[in-house]
Design a protein around this ligand. Sequence first.
Ligand code: PEP
Ligand code: MN
Length: 437
Amino acid sequence: MGELVKDLTPPCGPEPCPDRGRQLPPTDDGPPVQSPVGAGHGVPLPSCSGIASRENRDYTVDHRLEAARGSKEGTMLIVMKPHANEEDVRRVCQRIETLGYRAHPMPGAQRTAIGITGNQDPLEPEQFESLPGVAEAIPVSKPYKLVSREVKDEDSLIRVGSAEAGVTIGGRELAIIAGPCAVESREQVFAAAERVRRAGARLFRGGAFKPRTSPYSFQGLGGEGLKILAEARREFGLLIVTETIDPENCDLVEEYADVLQIGARNMQNFSLLKRVGRSKKPVLLKRGLSATLEEFLMAAEYVLSEGNYNVILCERGVRTFADHTRNTLDLSVIPAVKRLSHLPIIVDPSHGTGKRDKVIPLARAAVAVGADGLIVEVHPEPEAALSDGYQSLDPAQFEALMEQVSAIAGVIGRTVDRGAGAGSRMKEPATSVSTGD
Ligand code: PEP
Ligand code: MN
């Protein structure tokens, strides 16, 4: 969408142009887009004439060259020699910080790379290349830096939960997150948790704070919901994935969650992205309803740039003209992300299709195309769900999904991480499962 606006907006010359600085109309899901003609990128531009003129084509080329040049000069990656020691790395970080910038050391299997953020001006490679242990200082050509494979070649493995009982996302094993759209009651959560754990899920989803299109729709149980999720974690040994919807409620959600979910509508809530960037908990970042791949990766960059490198991307469908599904699940983004970024990416076939009968087929496809896992809505009684019932699987359908995606995973040399305890409860319930509300 951003690219389309950029390419179709008539450029403006030195003469004042009515479009300069104009706010384009807001999209359904996001803030108004600043017209690129008013962005003040400092390139001498031809005058406001027809879109198809020769000057306009030059403008596009000039603009892109300038943008590429700017990002190349402005950003740098320090690549350490394979035998560089901790002291060498520390010295480089110190040099970066003395210059007033932020250093992001990223250890890899072969060598450590150190990203630099916070610089506005071009950096001189020589000031780093002269330090012991440095192999080279190279400009980063992408607008995003820390999420890029240029900075870190190997896939990132994101650890969720404790070292002994946790799950790794991004490796050979697929991570399956399952549970209801929203936490509705203790009874509902326990019924869902028991069934999804028995079927082999190791992570449980459920929103305590719900971002709803209508202010009159169920908004979630809030803090009460978080406590129910914590009980389900204790009872079933599941790890909890739950959404934080604004920086103010993040402190509370962080106390309970094992993974902080950022919803599609918040993908460009920059203050929230910065807040979770300062968290110690991994972040599940869902793609915005109309986000380009670059916008998606730039959103992740916000989180990493604050120091939290534990980001899991999630494709959850984008809005198109198609009306046979709620959204169009863009599975082609999976290999595209894999090429550009070291971050893991999972798929949400529930929001991605919005229709129960399409969830299993798209879940199979997601695994086949290389997703690192799935997040699936499962409700013990989908017809009675307070939100997203029409796209929620019932527990038996989820069991079928697990069988089928495990088979697909085997074909491509992966496995589904069901954990040792699949099929059993952590402990017998002290009391019978009754409504806690
Ligand atoms: C959800 O996971 O229930 C949700 C609201 O997802 P999204 O942000 O992708 O719409
Ligand atoms: Mn939902």
